[in-house]
Design a protein around this ligand. Structure first.
Ligand SMILES: *Cc1c(COP(=O)(O)O)cnc(C)c1O
Length: 485
C-alpha cells in the first residue's frame, strides 16, 4: 500500500518505509493514498489482539507477520488481559488506556511501534541502526523509552521541557535504564522541544548531515503512522464492550470524548470512523491551552498565544502536529492546500480554513476546554458520586463530555478516553480531593492510595529510590548536537 506526504504526493513509498521514516522529507506526515476496504463488523468479533492484527494488517500491509508482532508487543505487558478495559462512571463509559508498563495511554502504541519498526526495517533489508528522536510533553518519552529499551538495531533520544512535566513523569524518564537510551531536558516548553526535533529532521532530510553517522533517524511521536495506527484498535474495543454489555445494538452511534494535545489520539478515532466503526461525534477536550477549541469553533488556528502550564501537562501544546492529517482528510487529500496552511502557520503563526470545510469539520468534531479548577471539580465529583478516580487529563475529557451533552441534548452513549493513571499526577488529584499536600510525590501517591483505596501501579511505586541516570539540561540550540552524538 502506498503512502505519501500530506504536503505533496509526488513521492510514494510503501507502508513499511513510512514507519521506518516517520516524517516525510518535506516536513509533512505520511498518509495512505486511500484507505483500505475494511470489514469493521468482522473486526468487532475478535479479542483485542485480533482487532489490532486486523487493523494493523489493513493499514500497514507491507509489514509481515502481524499476528506474531501484536502478540510480542502486548503479551505480559498490561495488567488487564484485554489491554484496554472499560468501566462505568454514572451514564458515561470510561475507556481505560493506562494499564500498560508506564501507566499512560501512549503504551498502547509504543509497545507496538518497536515491533513494527524492527520488522519493517528487516523487510526493507535495512541494516543501519535507527535512532528514534522524540519530544515529549511527559508521557510519550517514558513509554517510548520503555518500548525501545535494548531493542537491537535501534537507539532512542528523548527531549522533555525542563520544568514542564510532572515530578513523577520526570522520575520515570531520568531513571530509565538501557544501553541504547538518551534523555535530556530542554530549556523551553513542549513546543520548543517538538519544533527542535522537527528542525533536526529537516536539517537531516537531504542525508548529508547523517552521511558519516552509523544511524538514520525516525520518530516515535504520533507523526509516525506506526504510532497512530495501533491507537485505532481501542475505539473498536470500546464499541465491542458496549455491545457485550447490551448498552448498544450493532450499528448504533457512539460518541467519544478525547483529552487532546497533539491530536493523535482523537485522529485515531476519526480513522476508526473512516474504517466503518459507527462513531458519532468526536469531542476534542483541551485544557487552558485551548487552541484546538478555538479552531474547531471558528476555523482559525492561531498558535500566537501564551502557553499555560496546567495540571494536565501532556495537553500543554499549541502546535498540534496531527491536525495536519485532519486538514488533509477534510480537504479531500489536497496536498497543496495543506502545504500552504502549514507554511502560513510557520511564517504568520496562524491560518484559517474555508467556511465549507469548517462546516464539514463541525459535523464530525465538537470541542471544549476546561480550567484547572473545573478539572479538579470533576475529579472530586466523580469520586464522591461514582467512586471513580480519574487523572486531570481524563477529567478534561469528562468536562467536555458533560458540556457537549448539556449543550446539544445528544443522548447517544458516551465514552470518555482515560489517558493516564491518577497516580502519575498525585499532587493535583489529592488537591482536587481536598487533601493537604505533604512530602514528595511518593508520599503523595501513598496518601492518595490511603484516601481512596485504589492501588498504586507497580511501575510507579517502584520508581522510588531508583538512581537518576539522565540529569542533563540544555538549550534548544544544543539539541541537534546532543541527538546526533
Ligand atoms: C499524550 C497525552 C494526551 C494527548 O494525546 P494526543 O495524542 O497528543 O492528543 C492526553 N492525555 C495524556 C495523559 C497523554 O499522555
Amino acid at each position: 500500500m502506498l503512502y505519501h506526504s500530506t504536503r505533496s504526493n509526488s513521492v510514494k513509498i510503501d507502508s513499511a518505509q513510512a514507519v521506518v521514516q516517520g516524517l516525510a522529507p518535506d516536513g509533512g506526515l505520511y498518509m495512505p493514498d486511500s484507505l483500505p476496504a475494511f470489514d469493521w463488523q468482522a473486526c468487532l468479533q475478535g479479542d483485542t489482539y485480533e482487532m489490532a492484527t486486523r487493523i494493523l494488517s489493513a493499514l500497514l500491509p507491507d509489514i509481515p507477520d502481524m499476528p506474531q508482532l501484536v502478540k510480542a508487543a502486548y503479551t505480559g505487558k498490561f495488567t488487564a488481559p484485554d489491554l484496554t478495559p472499560t468501566a462505568q462512571a454514572g451514564d458515561i463509559t470510561v475507556l481505560e488506556l493506562f494499564h500498560g508498563p508506564t501507566s499512560a495511554f501512549k503504551d498502547v502504541a509504543l509497545c507496538m511501534l518497536p515491533q513494527l519498526l524492527t520488522r519493517a526495517k528487516a523487510a526493507k533489508g535495512m541494516d543501519k541502526e535507527i535512532r528514534i528522536l522524540t519530544a515529549t510533553s511527559g508521557d510519550t518519552g517514558k513509554a517510548a523509552l520503555a518500548g525501545f529499551q535494548d531493542v537491537p538495531g535501534v537507539s532512542i533520544c528523548v527531549f522533555y521541557p525542563d520544568g514542564g512535566v510532572s515530578k513523577v513523569q520526570r522520575a520515570q524518564m531520568v531513571t530509565q535504564e538501557g544501553n541504547n537510551v538518551k534523555v535530556c531536558a530542554v530549556r523551553g516548553n513542549f513546543d520548543d522541544a517538538q519544533t527542535g526535533v522537527k528542525k533536526i529532521f529537516n536539517a537531516c532530510a537531504d542525508g548529508k548531515l547523517l552521511a558519516d553517522k552509523p544511524f538514520t533517524l525516525s520518530s516515535a511521536n504520533s507523526i509516525n503512522i506506526g504510532r497512530l495506527a495501533p491507537q485505532i484498535t481501542y475505539y473498536f474495543k470500546a464499541y465491542r464492550d458496549l455491545l457485550d454489555d447490551g448498552r448498544i445494538a450493532l450499528g448504533d452511534k457512539v460518541n467519544f470524548s478525547v483529552p487532546t494535545g497533539n491530536f493523535g489520539d482523537i485522529l485515531a478515532g476519526y480513522l476508526a470512523k473512516l474504517l466503518g466503526l459507527p462513531v458519532g461525534m468526536l469531542i476534542c477536550a483541551s485544557n487552558a491551552n485551548n487552541v484546538l477549541t478555538d479552531f474547531i469553533r471558528t476555523g482559525v488556528y492561531d498558535r500566537l498565544r501564551p502557553l499555560h502550564k496546567t495540571i494536565s501537562p501532556s495537553m500543554d501544546i499549541l502546535v498540534s502536529s496531527n491536525l495536519e492529517r485532519l486538514l488533509y482528510l477534510m480537504s479531500g487529500g489536497d496536498t497543496a492546500f495543506v502545504a500552504g496552511l502549514m507554511a502560513q502557520l510557520d511564517s504568520k503563526g496562524s491560518y484559517a480554513i474555508p467556511a465549507d470545510m469548517l462546516q464539514k469539520l463541525r459535523g464530525e468534531f465538537w470541542a471544549d476546554y476546561c480550567s484547572d479548577e473545573s478539572a479538579k471539580a470533576v475529579i472530586a465529583k466523580l469520586w464522591s458520586e461514582a467512586h471513580y478516580l480519574c487523572d486531570p487529563h481524563t477529567a478534561a475529557g469528562f468536562a467536555a463530555a458533560y458540556a457537549y451533552q448539556a449543550e446539544t441534548g445528544d443522548k447517544s452513549p458516551m465514552v470518555v478516553l482515560s489517558t493516564a493513571s491518577p497516580y502519575k499526577f498525585p499532587a493535583a488529584v489529592l488537591e482536587a480531593l481536598g487533601q493537604e499536600l505533604t512530602g514528595d510525590e511518593f508520599d503523595q501517591m501513598e496518601a492518595l492510595a490511603a484516601k481512596t483505596g485504589c492501588p498504586i501501579p507497580k511501575n510507579l511505586a517502584n520508581l522510588q529510590g531508583k538512581p537518576e541516570r539522565h540529569t542533563g539540561v540544555i538549550d534548544k540550540a544544543e539539541m541537534a548536537a546532543f541527538a546526533l552524538a
